[in-house]
Design a protein around this ligand. Structure first.
Ligand code: HAM
Length: 423
């Protein structure tokens, strides 16, 4: 028997209902904040991520599903959403209509990491990107948006760990100082970090190995290398967050450096106790140089991505039990009634009413249990007696009241009843 590939999960019925709920909640918040959906292909040129995420990062060196297509071009399954969106924004000349645009995406991403709880090879992100502004108010909006999506999904107890990496020049000064500071401890670093120390010292700070993490804890902090402009920007973000519900969730964390090279200035990670200490439920920040590096003009940008699988780990237990649903359930007794029931079910579905029935000839008792389980508001019951009279019994599941309704009046009566419940 074939099995799904390691780290790539099926999203089975039951769980898929929770996904839909979570995505629906997220989309309603994203629209409220004025973000429009963008969808990009799952496969991109490898160079796109080497250039943006960075040639020395774990994602690019170890985690990309990378291969040659039939035309011998180097392609990858996208490991993240930000670089493809900047590519699409520039390729479609979206900046010409309005340089400031806000996008969201809900898409699968692929990273060949060692699978474990909350770490998959195909995972899904809900992301948002605001491209075209350097204003700290947009950083605040992005953080508020992320918090609103978590809140709307009933996810509590999360912490937003905020830091500022500084601009390109600040990062260079920090990198040089780090190189000097860590060169004393070079022998204690893992082999990868020995190379990183020479080529991209900041990457040493997000190495996942314990020995390197211990060294990173005593390392220099980006916050001490900020220029005046970056200091003001960071203060501005905090000022805009002041008094909001998200402010209570934010703490300063000078050790947030992010594992992707495109970040400058504001960076943040969202942690949650349901996940291990190393794994974030979501993360993001500014990437003010990326649009220019990809061939556009100098435009600021900021965004985040939340991991859906990790959001599910943090969801309340109520949300984790999804029972399926049917507004109207059709229960039938006998073969002839089942045929009539199928016609009624089809008719109600055509009228846009969520309707379900049992096809297995189960007992009435078990069908009524199903109706309850699916949360039906009305149940239609048909047996031989009803068939002979050309009518059905309509049971209101909330009041338990039952009335007889002619076949010809079913749709009208069902609609009237549902209207009384605002459905
Ligand atoms: P990231 O930190 O690499 O950032 O990923 C964001 C979120 O995706 C993580 O916090 C986590 O919830 C989820 N995630 C990442 N890897 C895995 C995995 N292997 N299994 C399950 N979930 C995972 C980015 O991807 C940036 N593009 C975020 C961003 C958007 N920055 C600016 N705009």
């Amino acid at each position: 028997m074939y099995k799904a590939l390691r780290g790539m999960n099926d999203i089975l019925p039951g769980i898929s209902g929770i996904w839909q709920e979570l995505e629906k909640n997220a989309i309603s918040v994203l629209r409220q904040f004025g973000y429009s959906e963008i969808r990009t292909p799952v496969m991109e040129e490898k160079g796109l991520f080497v250039k943006s995420v960075g040639g020395e990062t774990d994602i690019v060196t170890k985690e990309m599903f990378s291969f040659q297509d039939r035309g011998e071009r180097d392609v990858v399954l996208r490991p993240e959403g930000t670089a493809p969106i900047v590519r699409a924004y520039l390729e479609a000349n979206l900046h010409k209509t309005d340089p400031f645009q806000k996008f969201y995406y809900i898409e699968p991403m692929f990273r060949s990491e060692r699978p474990q709880a909350g770490r998959l090879r195909q995972f899904h992100q809900i992301g948002a990107e605001a491209i075209g502004s350097l204003n700290p108010v947009v950083d605040a909006e992005i953080i508020l948006l992320l918090a609103a999506i978590l809140d709307k999904n009933g996810i509590k107890d999360y912490t937003i760990r905020l830091n500022n990496l500084g601009c390109h020049n600040d990062k260079i000064r920090l990198s040089e100082a780090l190189k000097e500071q860590l060169s004393d401890k070079e022998v204690l670093l893992c082999d990868d970090c020995k190379k990183r120390l020479q080529k991209n010292p900041l990457r040493v700070l997000d190495c996942k190995k314990d020995s390197c993490r211990n060294i990173a804890k005593g390392a220099l902090k980006s916050i001490d290398f900020l220029c005046e402009n970056c200091k003001n920007h960071f203060a501005g973000v905090k000022e805009y967050l002041k008094g909001t519900s998200a402010e209570k969730k934010c703490i300063n964390d000078p050790y947030i450096v992010r594992g992707l090279d495109y970040y400058t200035s504001t960076v943040f990670e969202v942690s949650h106790p349901a996940l291990g200490a190393q794994d974030a439920i979501g993360a993001g920040g500014r990437y003010d140089n990326l649009v220019k590096e990809m061939g556009g003009s100098a435009l600021g940008a900021v965004g985040f991505a939340l991991g859906i699988e990790r959001m599910l780990m943090a969801c309340s237990k109520d949300m984790a039990v999804f029972k399926g649903s049917a507004t109207v359930y059709v229960a039938t007794i006998g073969e002839k009634a089942a045929k009539e029931g199928f016609k009624i079910t089809t008719g109600l579905r055509s009228a846009d009413i969520e309707c379900n029935m049992n096809y297995e000839g189960s007992s009435l008792k078990s069908q009524m249990r199903d109706a309850d389980k699916l949360g039906s508001v009305l149940t239609i019951i048909i047996g031989d007696d009803e068939l002979a009279k050309g009518e059905i019994v309509l049971r209101d599941m909330r009041t338990k009241e039952q009335i007889s309704v002619k076949f010809t009046d079913i749709l009208k009566t069902v609609n009237e009843k549902l209207k009384t419940y605002n459905l």
